[in-house]
Design a protein around this ligand. Sequence first.
Ligand SMILES: C[S@@+](CC[C@H](N)C(=O)[O-])C[C@H]1O[C@@H](n2cnc3c(N)ncnc32)[C@H](O)[C@@H]1O
Length: 321
Amino acid sequence: MSTLVVLQAALDGEVGRFPEKRVADAVRGLIERYRTGVDPGDVVLDADLAAVAYAAYRMPATHAAVASVLGRVADLAPGFAPARMVDVGGGTGAAVWAAAERWPSLTDVTVLDRSGPALTLGARLAKGAGLPDVHWRRAAIGTDIPDADVATLSYVLSELTEAARADVVRAMAAKAGLVVVVEPGTPAGYERVLAARDELLAAGMRVLAPCPHDDACPVPRGQDWCHFVARLGRSAVHRRVKTATLGHEDEKFSYVAATRAEWPPAPGRVVRHPLKRKGLVALRVCGPDGLVDTTVTRRDPGAYRSARDTAWGDPWPDPAG
Ligand SMILES: C[S@@+](CC[C@H](N)C(=O)[O-])C[C@H]1O[C@@H](n2cnc3c(N)ncnc32)[C@H](O)[C@@H]1O
């Protein structure tokens, strides 16, 4: 059974502890709060109901985004078998679920968050799910980050001041061999990822993904933003508490993964949905020379076959092709 299915069943059980309308009302309140922006001093997940509502409507999506990113990282880091992980601002532990599935080698995991209710819920969700032992540590985000092979920071930066964002990213770079930062796939999320990328490079790390280089991002600022998408199925409860009708959602995210290891990045990366027409595939690829629009036709059968199977976010040229 996939991790997402196990997670969704556990979430459905948590929602069932409350009248469903209360959870749906709390979800509506959280959506509005995140939409208008969270002040750095605010503890949003300040009660059991708020934590359950957050987990019910966001955790499957943040899990899917982080799982997608870790898949990209693992493709570029063959043989990487981390033992220690820290998830900073980890809340209910979405990134831990994704990392535990990707790297069963993990044995020593810390989730650091200031929200007691989120950590308590995270611990309950993880129980019996076959995750490694997790140390759920209640703490404000600062520069006190434990040593780790992999450090994650997912959907947190918008809740920190600019100075605190830079401090935590620098601290993670100092303490972890691989740092992964994931943000919503919005222009503002992308800007925060770019700032984190600058900090990681300044700390002496190299970008592993999505960028195929450590140079300035060639995406024209103000006109476009680098982001990707992960599709996930919704359970019936997920749909109801979100007052949604579709059986799936597409989570857009921006990310950067940086390392001190010698793994080479991808030669290029597809940065938007490939346009597939009869006999041709049009790809926008970020490569060592910047953004390039390339059209692959049937005249090159090998490349055409690869291009037909290529998705937004994949490396290009296809490493298997
Ligand atoms: C939007 S949630 C993301 C949770 C989780 N990382 C995920 O991807 O689902 C943001 C989390 O950051 C935590 N957080 C925000 N500011 C914090 C701070 N200054 N210290 C500790 N935790 C903080 C919140 O409590 C919350 O759990």
